[in-house]
Design a binder for this molecule. Sequence first.
Ligand SMILES: *Cc1c(COP(=O)(O)O)cnc(C)c1O
Length: 300
Amino acid sequence: MIEPSINHFLSFTPSIDKVILDTPSSLSLGMLRLDQIHPVISGNKWYKLKYNIEKALSNKANTLITYGGFYSNHLIATAAAAKAFGLKSSAIVRGLQGNKRLTPTLQACIELGMQLQFVSKEQYAQLKTTAGVASLLQRYPKAFVVPEGGNNELGIEGTKEIVSFIPEDYTHVAVSVGSGSTIAGIRQALKKELIVVGFIPMKQGKYLQEAPHLKTLNLTLFDEFHLGGFGKYQPELIYFMNRFYANNRIPLDIVYTGKMMLGLQQLIIQNYFPKSAKILCIHTGGLQGNVSVAGQLDFE
Ligand SMILES: *Cc1c(COP(=O)(O)O)cnc(C)c1O
């Protein structure tokens, strides 16, 4: 098999679709469809992995090791990307499996050849430390360790490339925030006149404002649209995602982009944005995570 080169893999320009919300406002909204770059290596995750994989290949590593939870978009993207580049993959999974059934995400990871190691929350935290990474490399000397979520300098470097898809005439960019690497790369590479608003889908996520990779950046972060907390949802969110799909034929994901667009709609209703605003919403993907709510979503 000939492995693709990093810069030619998934290198096409994603489309920007017009978005209509249930508001009387006439604000102009577009959505950058990073969800469409690949069915599994979806959205922002490819950009965060890209230079990590390049480094792994130049180090002659044969395995990617990374970290994530039972529903992690990052794990499944890593499994698929490693496979595409002829690397093995292994995941440190946060939480013990016990006799629970594998989640669809982890099942798919296994099918993509990823090896899973379930560890307690304490062990997981330990394995993420510098000493923990060193212990992994001792056990797997030919591995390259990618941090949880692909959140390192190389990950941020990759997400800067998303800016090349943002046309000049937008005034605002809306991004969903997990670790904040994606918004950090976008903010760093974007012209300073543009306003970047981030939506954090977890409770009390404002602490991210003070995180080392974000605190010097000019960002406006919202953490009030979490709808119960990370990975949690309410009927209101399902209703909104179905309305959004009916209006736009764009599927949103239940963890990140659904909450972002619902929050954005509420801000628009509150007249948060000036009338002249032109907002580009980044669809960061994550649609694989909808499996658990598929029965409630009227997506085609
Ligand atoms: C991982 C993820 C995010 C968060 O990205 P960060 O770089 O960690 O902030 C946003 N949206 C989706 C769909 C994701 O899978």
